[in-house]
Design a protein around this ligand. Structure first.
Ligand code: GRF
Length: 223
């Protein structure tokens, strides 16, 4: 008898290569999660096509159909509830998540960001890394707390910055070298109940993963 798998939503705005990595990982028969719905904020997000090819239901919720961010987030939360979603993965979703979603899914929303947080939050992580001359760049999966890429860190992946890198080269090294590895790893921990957010007064919240697995990846030559 198989155990029920945890229903997960993936929210996207664009190409959805991280979505594809999550689809591929969750197709393993023993995986603790299943992607119950892919939701986009635009019809043209190519990730919707990836979902359809995998037989995953899709939803599109457009900002222009809602008067403000609160009603938009309420509409997204309503759609996710229809699909029975327990966890949310933001994968290139170009909106900051607001109170209605955070309240509906406390400590149950993950995001992936193309920088080694807390450095370089916001847009253009690889460009910021190059502009600052850092020698090691990477990506972070974190729990979403309503700030801009500020929530507690789940797992990080690092790649070198090579001489001659431009934004595209570095961005691709981060995406292919580590993002597609660390996001499925984080989702597996979340769906198997191993991920906990620990809060102590006077200190930032921290993530603990039961069993204390390695929470980093180095990709020395990928991309
Ligand atoms: C990734 O770089 C991710 O870190 C960021 O948005 C990008 C999405 O890429 N949040 P994709 O749509 O998954 O290919």
């Amino acid at each position: 008898m198989s155990t029920a798998r945890v229903p997960v939503a993936v929210l996207i705005s664009g190409s959805g290569t991280n979505l594809q990595a999550l689809i591929d990982a969750t197709q393993a028969p023993e995986h603790p999660a299943r992607i119950a719905v892919v939701l986009a904020d635009r019809h043209k997000a190519f990730g919707l096509e990836r979902a359809r090819r995998a037989g995953i239901p899709t939803e599109v919720v457009l900002k222009r159909d809602h008067p403000d961010r609160t009603t938009y987030d309420e509409a997204v939360a309503d759609r996710l509830k229809v699909h029975g979603v327990d966890w949310i993965c933001l994968a290139g979703f170009m909106k900051v998540v607001g109170a209605p979603l955070l309240t509906a899914y406390p400590d149950r929303i993950l995001n992936i960001h193309p920088a080694l947080l807390p450095a370089f939050p916001g847009l253009h992580g690889p460009a910021q890394a190059l502009a600052h001359g850092v020698q090691i760049a990477g990506a972070t999966v974190h729990v979403v707390d309503g700030g801009m890429d500020t929530g507690p860190i789940v797992v990080q992946g690092a790649v070198p910055v090579l001489s001659g890198d431009d934004v595209d080269a570095l961005g691709q090294r981060i995406l292919l070298g580590v993002e597609h590895i660390i996001y499925p790893r984080a989702l597996r921990w979340a769906a198997s109940g191993k991920l906990r957010v620990i809060r102590h007064v006077g200190a930032p919240p921290r993530v603990e993963i039961d069993g204390d697995p390695a929470r980093f990846v180095f990709a020395a030559s990928a991309g």
